[in-house]
Design a protein around this ligand. Structure first.
Ligand code: G4P
Length: 195
């Protein structure tokens, strides 16, 4: 198993319930982004556990909102703490690490932050998110983890859109990246998976 292999249960579900929108967007809100299928989430988490079995990590890190569900499921199965980076700085919290992320999909920048109480020097974090597109959220997370003096043990995504090349960047950095479904093209609203 490696980061180039599709997990068949997810691939089949995308084919059954996923919808292509203009602009290379895959809509999966019937089972990931709005309504959530916990059974599929559990299967995907078990797959992440297998793929990251040789990696040492003590914490799951994600970014709100859609990363939280898969991260929680993984943390629950492994009995590891789950931290989510926040997109709004809480007024009640100092001691924050902050970075700025540009979203291509939304064409705007936003700040992402995390408390130093929950991301600490020596932490080895497995980052989990729903989509890997251009990789800007992942780059922001790398910056936060570096600022914390922590370490990225690996990055796991439910769906990678390889044509937006965030995955190329992360793998070039030497990060172990695992994506459970890799989509090479959504041209003409046809979903083309990598095998
Ligand atoms: P990037 O982080 O990989 O660079 O992605 P980008 O800025 O392009 O994406 C911004 C948001 O859109 C992210 O969610 C990302 O997960 C989501 N996204 C990207 N491509 C797709 C797609 O094809 N389908 C769907 N459904 N989502 C996509 P976000 O703004 O952080 O939203 P949320 O986590 O709060 O839901």
């Amino acid at each position: 198993m490696n980061g180039n292999t599709c997990f068949s249960a997810l691939k089949e579900r995308i084919l059954k319930d996923g919808k292509c929108l203009e602009g290379g967007i895959l809509k999966v809100d019937g089972f990931i982004n709005h309504q959530i299928d916990p059974d599929l989430l559990e299967q995907m988490s078990v797959e992440f556990i297998k793929r990251f079995a040789a990696v040492e990590y003590n914490k799951i890190l994600t970014i709100e909102a859609s990363g939280i569900a898969p991260a929680i499921m993984l943390g629950f199965l492994l009995h590891l703490p789950v931290v989510f980076a926040k997109k709004k700085k809480p007024s009640t919290m100092d001691n924050m690490l902050t970075t700025t992320v540009f979203s291509f999909t939304k064409n705007r920048s936003y700040d992402v932050c995390c408390s130093k109480d929950f991301l600490k020097p020596g932490d080895k974090v497995l980052f989990i998110d729903d989509f890997l597109a251009n990789g800007n959220a992942a780059k922001g997370i790398i910056d936060l983890v570096q600022k914390a003096g922590a370490e990225i043990a690996g990055m796991g995504f439910l769906i990678e859109k390889s044509f937006q090349h965030g995955g190329d960047y992360l793998r070039e950095q030497g990060i172990k990246v695992e994506s459970l479904a890799i989509i090479d093209s959504l041209d003409n609203c046809a979903i083309k998976f990598r095998d």
